[in-house]
Design a protein around this ligand. Structure first.
Ligand SMILES: [Cu+2]
Length: 336
């Protein structure tokens, strides 16, 4: 396919700076303050400034394959090491996470977890962190026809100016936490071990008067390669009766005091989703403008319009659904 060839050539020309078109978190914004994300594509060539985002060795903007879900790499990305800083945030406040880019072909859920560091997050052993799920969003609309993909939480990232907003539960106990923000790409999810996991960890110092301290599970126990939401063919929607048939992977969403609902990503049509947590590109410059009332932390960033009527327009940019690219990805991961 010519466009495929063209994008491969472009990627090759981009060379060392950007080997492929996945993505990494480039910025985290809290209370109007921006913190630099870790850039795995420039880190090999120079030191990165201290930040609240954990560093990793995903040199190509890459991912952790679902064949390695019991490996510590799944916790905070490939060879991740602790962030030196922590950002203050009030319980009930929002954390906005901005990606540098995201390929249209990469569809799947977006999930956010917290883990209590029990002390200093800059030195905590990541393998001891116990994660509980505070937000999730999965499939939002079924594919329109045979072989067509539907609308997914990952698509909202693109729609919302590459930014995802997650609300810190207002009832959570104050303390030092790591936020684990994760995109999953299922374009090859029909093959066991081929789903792509893109976790990014972020250190937070949460203030407030809450008392909830949920149980969690260690990162290497969050998923297995055969979980229904990970071993999943996104091109087979005609076999589904509703978007709720897609099961978002990982432990159950925690119910927090004062929040009413469960995941809207898995509760059916997106028209049922309330809208307060949407982040649009235009809102991004005024992150504290959200006028949301006491809404659930679990609400997905809302689809801006009746989404069922506007199925994602598929573009032929299958960044790594082509076998050659997939092999290249695998090689890169192996060589890290
Ligand atoms: Cu990819």
């Amino acid at each position: 396919m010519p466009s495929m060839l063209k994008s491969s050539l472009l990627a090759a020309v981009a060379g060392a700076v950007s080997v492929s078109a996945h993505g990494h978190v480039t910025k985290v914004t809290i209370d109007g303050k921006s913190y630099q994300g870790f850039d795995p594509t420039s880190a090999p060539y120079g030191p990165q400034p201290d930040s609240i985002t954990w560093s990793n060795g995903a040199k190509d903007n890459g991912f952790v394959l679902s064949s390695a879900l019991q490996d510590p790499d799944i916790i905070c990305h490939l060879d991740a090491t602790n962030a030196a800083l922590s950002a203050p945030v009030s319980a009930g406040g929002d954390v906005e996470i901005t990606w540098n880019q995201w390929p249209d072909s990469h569809k799947g859920p977006v999930i956010d977890y917290l883990a209590d560091c029990g002390g200093d997050c800059s030195t905590v052993d990541k393998t001891t962190l116990k994660w509980f799920k505070i937000a999730e969003a999965g499939q939002l609309a079924l594919g329109a026809g045979s072989g067509q993909t539907g609308k997914w939480a990952d698509d909202l990232i693109i729609e919302n100016g590459l930014t995802w907003k997650v609300k810190i539960p207002s009832s959570i106990k104050a303390g030092n936490y790591v936020l684990r923000h994760e995109l999953i790409a299922l374009h090859e999810g029909g093959t066991e071990g081929k789903a792509q996991m893109y976790p990014q960890c972020i250190n937070l110092k949460i203030s407030g008067s809450g008392t909830q301290s949920p149980e969690g599970v260690v990162g290497t126990s969050l998923y297995t390669s055969t979980d229904a939401g990970i071993l999943h063919n996104i091109y087979n929607d005609e076999k589904l009766s509703s978007v709720a048939d897609y099961k978002i992977p990982g432990p159950a969403l925690v119910k927090f005091d004062g929040s009413s609902s469960s995941s809207s990503g898995s509760t059916g049509s997106s028209s049922a989703a309330p809208a307060p947590t949407t982040t649009t590109a235009s809102q991004a410059s005024t992150p504290t403008s959200a006028t949301s009332t006491s809404t659930s932390v679990a609400e997905q960033p809302a689809v801006s319009s009746p989404a069922a009527s506007s199925p994602a327009t598929p573009k032929p940019t299958k960044t790594c659904s082509k076998k050659r690219n997939a092999r290249r990805h695998a090689r890169q991961v192996k060589n890290l």
